[in-house]
Design a protein around this ligand. Structure first.
Ligand code: 5GP
Ligand code: ZN
Length: 114
């Protein structure tokens, strides 16, 4: 989608601090980090929200979760711990309507979330 921020980041049209890319996924640093490590993992294909997934996307979502764990491990946070978050729609505070998984690590993260 030409007017979607994360489609444009995934295609390289808008610059970002990319930490991983492959055929299906791109991971880049959040522009307003909420923790010492704050990475966003997005599919290259435009999917607006979790509500828009189909069974055909099961492997894609699995690969997003495995990439999050892999990046956490790469940065030394696997044993200490990390959090993944996918916000969906208004009550969760989703602001960019292209599916993305937040990876947060490097500080104690409170629960329940705000
Ligand atoms: P949401 O609130 O939709 O779950 O998360 C959107 C995230 O995208 C926010 O954490 C926000 O800081 C991040 N973000 C918004 N615009 C940009 C941008 O232009 N570049 C990068 N790297 N992150 C962005
Ligand atoms: Zn998009």
């Amino acid at each position: 989608m030409s007017n979607c921020l994360f489609c444009r980041i995934a295609s390289g049209e808008i610059p970002s601090a990319i930490v991983h890319q492959d055929d299906a996924l791109v991971a880049f640093k959040d522009i307003t980090p909420q923790a010492p490590l704050h990475i966003l993992i997005v599919p290259r294909r435009h999917i607006a929200t979790l509500n828009d997934l189909t069974p055909d996307d099961d492997a894609l979502v699995g690969s997003m979760a495995r990439l999050a764990a892999g990046l956490a491990r790469e940065h030394g946070y696997d044993a200490r711990g990390f959090r993944t978050v996918v916000n969906c729609n208004a009550d969760a505070g989703q602001t960019v309507f292209h599916l993305h998984m937040h990876l947060l690590a490097g500080r104690g993260l409170s629960w329940p979330p705000g």
